[in-house]
Write a protein of this length. Structure first.
Length: 281
């Protein structure tokens, strides 16, 4: 038995050694460069979507111009500005729109982010850019909308509606806490999505539902291999439900946001048809 115990001990030691050698050293998490903003950005190297605005545009991050987004600027202009207003932002991603709202004079921006890595990236941006009127909180904004009694002058929900499992409920709850909303979103169009190899395999048959008196059709969109991407910025489930353009506008009007303006129509967007909407009571 002594020889058996010795053999078991050798096998266990070999397994432990293999595990340790396969695991990155904790020392790899240390930064050896002099302090600077690039070090913080590099914590999420390869995951950034956004390019920082001047004077930080020489820093390495992403390429999307979300800190200089003409869609959001259009919304701010059509809302008559946000100076002195209280803004709720749903899904800030990397803080680009938060930055624009803050710089446009919002009295307060409460930005709710459920993706924990995106939340931490927002904190990096706040440290680099300085956003004195903005606060990032980590959590599910749908849960917040269901529970809050707070009210806001405007809700900004850019790039989030098509990641929802209950999109009409989200519209209804936004309308219950604010008289104005800005949306940028993809929408379901069978002819467009079905004709594109990039999107056709992601869409599943729809289902007819009713929420608070508003009948609509939900179209299931599955993330599939996108879930394996380090910079994934979708919803918290393996799928979401898309609405048609008409159902998005119909839901806004049904729940009282009847003054609707649209722009940035992109029926040929590579990820699916998209548009911007400002809706007010």
């Amino acid at each position: 038995m002594k020889w058996l115990r010795a053999r078991i001990g050798r096998v266990a030691a070999a397994m432990t050694s293999a595990v340790v050698s396969d695991r990155a050293s904790i020392l790899d998490a240390y930064c050896h460069a002099a302090p600077g903003p690039q070090n913080a950005l590099d914590v999420f190297a390869g995951e950034w979507a956004s390019r920082l605005p001047p004077p930080h545009d020489t820093l390495r991050a992403g390429e999307a111009l979300l800190f200089e987004d003409t869609r959001l600027q259009w919304a701010i202009d059509h809302l008559g500005g946000v100076r002195g207003q209280r803004v709720l932002e749903l899904g800030p991603l990397e803080g680009g729109h938060t930055y624009m709202l803050d710089r446009s004079g919002a009295a307060e921006v409460l930005a709710i982010e459920a993706n924990t890595r995106a939340f931490l990236k927002c904190l990096v941006i706040k440290e680099i850019m300085g956003l004195p009127s903005s606060r990032f909180v980590c959590g599910d904004f749908v849960s917040y909308l269901r529970a809050t009694t707070d009210r806001f002058d405007v809700v900004v929900a850019s790039g989030v509606l098509y990641h929802m499992v209950h999109p009409v409920e989200v519209i209804a709850r936004i309308a219950s806490i604010s008289n104005a909303v800005y949306l940028w979103t993809h929408y379901y169009d069978e002819a467009v999505l079905g004709a594109s190899p990039a999107t056709a395999h992601r869409m599943v048959d729809g289902q007819d539902v009713v929420h608070d008196g508003f009948g609509h059709r939900l179209h299931k969109h599955e993330y599939l291999t996108a879930l394996n991407q380090a910079g994934f910025c979708g919803g918290s489930r393996p799928f979401a439900y898309w609405l048609t353009r008409d159902d998005i506008l119909g839901a806004l009007r049904h729940f009282g946001l009847t003054r609707v303006e649209t722009s940035f129509e992109q029926p040929d967007h590579p990820n699916g048809p998209a548009f911007s909407v400002v809706a007010r009571r």
